[in-house]
Ligand binder design. Structure first.
Ligand code: ARG
Length: 581
């Protein structure tokens, strides 16, 4: 364990137990970064009431226990009581340097593998085949993929589940439209991402042409019964659609593959049994002709209990039915310890009712953690849902291409060859778009703005990519291989110390992201790290002739560790790390 805040928490808790008895061993020491020391612990104030003693006296007693005791147990630095009873904690340079050297040598850079690896099912991306993949799906895809990467890095077994909207009544008309325009035309259109136009054409006929309407309805019936010829047509439709999704995934560098597809269609054969089982056990009841679960705590305007409807009054199944089958499958068949649903915030109520209903049904036992990672909307500069000028929804591939074109324009004056220029533009363009999704808290809205996300300053993807590329160039110029840099790290200048202290927090930042499903926490940590590096680099020359060999070796080691942390961290977020920029 290298994270200073965690180390200090443990030490202060040991001191509390020694001073006041073991019942105080897990009191929260309330440790925060401080402007007067590295950290401040405020626990003495909160304990003084419980102990009926003056806070300063309590603080002094904790301080004595922290600084006394045997070598190795003692607090590695200085402790000072100040004000009404604050404990100011300052770590010694030697301790920080030793820890930094340790994580430089550690291939995991302070990220401890999970002590008890879990099976983590992550439901993300999940575009709908009948409609075009929109920018909201881009965000669930990017956030979900970052969570998948981070859990895998921690040694958990990640099962990605792309819950495609690939089933239901619209497929009747979609399949009939395919027959009308011919397989080849349909496939070409779908592969090109023209799903919206395709859907609208089918819909128009469905609304205006009675003969088509009748065919479409009949087709829904043969689809429900999985009749072979209908399934063949459905597969043609889906395969072409998935080929388009895969183009988007490939351009984004998202880790989803065809093996991760577990769409709504997969659960079709389980739905009747799901309903029967819930009805037989009295967990679902018929209300106004529909089969519903009434999880407690959900009421409408007039106080009436709200239904979680698993079978409509016309006998049809819906989104809720599929999700009940899905959650049962994930627990019973996939053996999930934790299920993470990365889905729009607008579905909060559905998710909450789903989890409650599944708990009541016994399909989501207490030991399985289920969470809805709520994804906020992406807005246009007008503050409304992000659309093109004409009001049409935006084609994702075109949007991603535009990011790359703009990134290419920004590096136009550099001396790169054609191939490298394209590669950098791709990395920067995708890094910018992805980081914009990851750096804000996942449930907040944000405005999609190319200029802001591509900026080289501020908390952006390109800023972080540039920071790591700049460190690589230091090693190139110095003719040194960063992986052969071993220090030792010696801290002289305050900027060296601040950078080293910051680097020690990498493991905790990764853990915090995984525990809370919050990529923006890791993003913020990486941004702070890059900023600490910038200050270090402005104040502490590395390669200049008048830098003595020991200082040079130490600074190169700090550069190498910063590079490792930035590269690993960006990779966990799914942001590409170009060699040069
Ligand atoms: N296809 C849905 C949508 O686009 C998201 C599905 C999310 N996953 C789930 N298990 N409900 O809104």
């Amino acid at each position: 364990m290298t994270d200073p805040q965690l180390v200090l928490t443990e030490r202060v808790q040991q001191a509390l137990a020694a001073a006041f008895g073991t019942e105080y061993a897990d009191a929260d020491p309330l440790i925060r970064p401080s402007q007067f020391a590295d950290y401040q612990a405020n626990v003495a104030m909160s304990l003084s009431k419980r102990l009926r003693r003056a806070p300063r006296e309590v603080a002094q007693e904790i301080a004595d226990h922290l600084t006394g005791g045997a070598e190795g147990e003692r607090f590695p630095g200085t402790v000072e009581v100040s004000g009404p009873g604050f404990l100011n904690l300052t770590l010694s340079d030697d301790w920080i340097a030793a820890q930094a050297s340790e994580i430089l040598a550690d291939p995991r850079h302070g990220v401890a593998p999970s002590a008890s690896p879990q099976i983590v099912v992550i439901d993300y991306s999940a575009p709908n085949a009948a409609k075009e993949m929109h920018v909201g799906h881009l965000r669930t895809t990017i956030v979900g993929d970052a969570l998948a990467r981070v859990h895998e890095h921690l040694g958990n077994k990640v099962i990605r589940q792309n819950h495609l909207g690939d089933w239901g009544t619209p497929f009747g008309m979609l399949i009939e439209h395919l027959l009308d325009i011919g397989e080849e035309t349909a496939v070409a259109q779908l592969e090109a991402g023209e799903g919206n136009a395709y859907y609208q054409a089918a819909r128009a006929k469905f609304d205006s042409d009675p003969e088509f309407n009748k065919r479409a309805r009949t087709r829904v019936v043969t689809l429900q019964s999985e009749e072979p010829e209908t399934m063949r047509l459905w597969h043609i439709f889906m395969d072409a659609t998935v080929r388009y999704f895969n183009k988007v995934y490939a351009q984004l560098g998202v880790t989803l593959t065809d093996d991760d597809i577990a769409g709504e269609s997969m659960y079709n054969s389980m739905l009747a049994q799901v309903c029967d089982d819930l009805q037989e056990r009295g967990i679902a009841v018929v209300s106004e002709g529909a089969l519903c679960v009434f999880p407690p705590g959900y009421t409408g305007r007039e106080g009436q209990p709200l239904p979680f409807m698993i079978r409509k009054s016309d006998g049809g199944y819906g989104y809720a039915t599929t999700d009940m089958a899905t959650i049962r499958y994930r627990v019973q068949d996939l053996k999930a310890d934790r299920i993470i649903y990365v889905i729009g915030v607008t579905q909060a109520m559905h998710m909450s009712m789903l989890f409650d209903s599944a708990r009541i049904a016994g399909w989501l036992p207490d030991h399985v953690r289920a969470e809805h990672v709520q994804i906020g909307s992406v807005l246009g500069s007008d503050g409304k849902m992000f659309k093109t000028r004409s009001g049409a929804s935006i084609k994702l591939l075109e949007l991603l291409d535009e990011a790359e074109t703009r990134a290419a324009a920004a590096i136009q004056d550099r001396e790169y060859g054609e191939a490298e220029r394209t590669e950098i533009a791709h990395a920067v363009g995708m890094g910018a778009v992805k980081y914009a999704d990851l750096s804000v808290s996942h449930d907040s809205e944000y405005v999609f703005d190319f200029d802001r996300m591509l900026a080289l300053t501020g908390n952006t993807g390109p800023y972080l990519q540039y920071a790591q590329a700049r460190i690589r160039s230091i090693f190139r110029r110095g003719g040194v291989d960063p992986s052969e840099t071993t220090g030792p790290i010696v801290l002289g200048h305050p900027a060296e110390r601040a950078l080293a202290l910051q680097l020690l927090g990498f493991g905790a930042a990764v853990e915090e992201m995984a525990e809370g499903s919050m990529p923006h926490k890791l993003a913020a940590y990486l941004f702070d790290t890059a900023s600490a590096f910038t200050t270090f680099f402005e104040n502490c020359p590395v390669l200049k002739d008048d830098v003595d060999p020991a200082t040079r070796a130490s600074r190169l080691a700090l550069c190498a560790l910063t590079l490792d942390v930035l590269k690993t961290g960006l990779d966990l977020l799914g942001v590409p790390v170009p060699e040069r920029m």
